[in-house]
Design a protein around this ligand. Structure first.
Ligand code: NAI
Length: 266
């Protein structure tokens, strides 16, 4: 049995689409560690994905919410508090989508209406989520909010399109809201910058397989698997990390501090 690191904790997990999703693995680990939580995704993803299967397996309720809709978010957190029987201790934002990336648009030829949509879904939704949690006083004292990011926020990965700027915006929202939430009721807000991982969102990036291999060879520990990302996120939701806030935390096998790995030349 897993360590009951999250016993008694109440949470909300966004973004589990199928069993490859990072959020799916995180939900699994949080469940094993004793947390109670609701699961949520966009209504269209609920029709296409397998979230009900996960929910049934772990006895969680599913509440549909488009993360770009304030009304949906208000409903989600109000209902989650009712279902879970109290304020929320942790929230995972694992949401990303770019139509430009999906349609393989080159960075120098992006559609700007789609770019706005990317920012709204992948980054502004994080601010909306935090604002609804803040104004509705839904977070418990010493709670923890996490978003999932990628190192394209700091370095150039040409095929990542405007998701790079989305991640930069996401990390900045987490930092800024970390101040406000910390002052309000000791809630911490962070982002976890994860290695490339084979998920629906990941595989949508052109050349992802090569890119995955490059990351794996560059990192002394290799790419961090989804299961380990889940363990790390669970630690961030636990009381063992109460004073970590306003950070972008690399969970990447060392990739972010490498310049060159001779393994790549072999
Ligand atoms: P995924 O495709 O399984 O998850 C993305 C989720 O976003 C899906 O569940 C989708 O339904 C949801 N979503 C899209 N639009 C939404 C909306 N309007 N409202 C609510 N939910 C919406 O892929 P993955 O990789 O698990 O992505 C989770 C997070 O991890 C994303 O933020 C992604 O950018 C990030 N990440 C992924 C990496 C990878 O290589 N797969 C690496 C680093 C970060």
């Amino acid at each position: 049995m897993a360590i009951q690191l999250l016993a008694g904790k109440r949470g909300v997990i966004f973004g589990a689409l199928d069993d490859q999703s990072l959020a799916w693995k995180i939900a699994d680990v949080c469940h094993q560690m004793g947390a109670k939580f609701t699961l949520t995704n966009a209504p269209v993803a609920l029709r296409m994905g397998a979230l009900q299967e996960l929910a049934a397996g772990i006895g969680a309720e599913v509440i549909p919410a488009d993360a770009t809709s304030i009304e949906d978010l208000e409903n989600l957190f109000t209902k989650s508090e009712e279902i879970l029987g109290g304020k929320i201790d942790f929230v995972l934002h694992a949401i990303g989508m770019s139509v430009n990336v999906r349609k393989k648009k080159d960075y120098t030829n992006l559609n700007h209406d789609w770019m706005q949509k990317t920012f709204d879904i992948s980054a502004i939704s994080f601010h909306k989520m935090c604002q609804v949690l803040y104004k509705g006083d839904h977070m418990a004292e010493w709670g923890s909010i996490l978003g999932l990011s990628y190192i394209a926020a700091q370095r150039v990965f040409p095929d990542y399109g405007e998701m790079a700027e989305s991640k930069a915006l996401l990390e900045s929202f987490a930092r800024s809201f970390g101040y406000h939430f910390g002052e309000k009721n000791h809630v911490r807000v962070n982002t976890v910058s994860q290695s490339p991982t084979m998920t629906t969102a990941g595989k949508g990036i052109p050349g992802f397989t090569e890119f995955f291999g490059y990351g794996d060879n560059m990192s002394p520990l290799g790419n961090a698997p989804a299961e380990d990302c889940a363990n790390f996120c669970a630690t961030m939701f636990s009381d063992l990390t109460r004073y970590v806030t306003m950070q972008n935390l690399y969970h990447d096998g060392g990739f972010s501090n490498m310049g060159m790995n001779p393994k790549l030349l072999e």
